[in-house]
Design a protein around this ligand. Sequence first.
Ligand SMILES: *Cc1c(COP(=O)(O)O)cnc(C)c1O
Length: 221
Amino acid sequence: MNNTLLNYKQIIQKIDSCKKKNRNKEDVNLTVVSKTFSADVIEPLILEGHKIYGENKVQEASSKWKDLKQKYNNVRLHLIGPLQTNKVNLALKTFDIIETIDREKLAIKVKNSAENFLNKKFEFFVQVNTGNESQKSGIELTKTKSFTDWIINDLKLNVTGLMCIPPLDQDPATHFKLLMQKKLECNLRHLSMGMSNDFEEAIKAGATFVRVGSAIFGKRY
Ligand SMILES: *Cc1c(COP(=O)(O)O)cnc(C)c1O
């Protein structure tokens, strides 16, 4: 068995045991973050039966996944990186779940473009800037509820969750708790949080999607 597959199986085991210890019945899904890695590295995981993948760049994902998605049509692709309005069409063509809705202009553009993809069932997450970092994308914590309500009620987009990327220099658990509170307030189903270094912490705090890259594929260059 190659390393990637071995790492993947270990992560799945860790997720399962952490889930058993800390959670009731809700699902914890693994989003395998395949950014920078090529199709031939990803394909063994697809053949192993894994269906959920995350990419952070629209252009890269579009060319990498075009053939893969045709070949394996039950793969679900998540956009986990910032989305510019001029890439919305390509993003909707490429992805099934967009986790990074974080501003009005983007939400409106997504709403209008989604009309070109009527036979595709999208899900959207709102990205929350839990650390109020000026350089980071995401809606402010205090604006999350009104923003999310507006997207659901006025734009009628299928928002099902929240996502966050905690500040590098802080305890992620604090941010996971903040996002969990917000999820309850917004009455949503999903929480996308936790990466290679802290996914177990995130599961304890209620994550329904953890996003793991380097612990599976190795270091990115
Ligand atoms: C790259 C990335 C990940 C995966 O990070 P690892 O530490 O390699 O697991 C998760 N979430 C986002 C938003 C990312 O950009």
